[in-house]
Design a protein around this ligand. Structure first.
Ligand SMILES: [Zn+2]
Length: 176
């Protein structure tokens, strides 16, 4: 398998809709390991499969509480009020967007072995889950900008020579 690498906007893979994982095999294990390596080396707190060019329903998240793996995740309920938070994205270097999202999500997913679970998340974890779930339907934080800001941000990114998603420790808390 070709090593995975972080994909930066405007790579078309960031806009694909993903498909369910069916085989919980060694390939999946390897993919998860590579995704974790990429997330940690880039100082991210979350990473979706589309960000490494894969069209599969896979997310990993670590907000400082250990690595969590979500295969075939599905939001079954959102609740709480919408609050705004500044978010960044490893695939959109240097871009920070204030996004309003509900404070609580109930998520159904499978772990790395295929074991199904349902869990409720709130606070930062709920926000990161929603950010990463957006990735699996090809949605990016710049899609929350108004059309005017979107146009200029997208153009700036497309022209940017900055090809690394690595960000400073200071930005880390926002980035998935
Ligand atoms: Zn992201």
């Amino acid at each position: 398998m070709k090593p995975l690498e972080l994909k930066i906007y405007p790579e078309p893979c960031l806009r694909i809709k993903t498909k369910p994982v069916e085989n919980f095999d060694d390939d999946l294990k390897e993919t998860l390991q590579e995704m974790a390596d990429i997330m940690y080396i880039s100082n991210g707190i979350g990473l979706a499969a589309t960000q490494v060019g894969l069209g599969a329903d896979i997310l990993i998240i670590d907000i400082g509480e250990g690595l969590k793996t979500f295969i075939n995740p599905e939001i079954v309920e959102i609740s709480g009020r919408k609050t705004k938070m500044e978010e960044g994205c490893l695939s959109l270097p240097g871009v920070i967007v204030e996004v309003a999202r509900p404070e609580q999500v109930k998520l159904r997913a499978q772990d790395r072995k295929g074991e199904a679970f349902i869990k409720v998340y709130d606070g930062l974890m709920a926000k990161v889950v929603q950010h990463e779930m957006d990735h699996l339907s090809g949605k990016l934080i710049i899609d929350y900008l108004n059309p005017f800001k979107y146009f200029f941000t997208a153009r700036k990114l497309a022209r940017s020579k900055h090809k690394s998603g690595r960000i400073s420790q200071k930005e880390k808390q926002h980035v998935g």
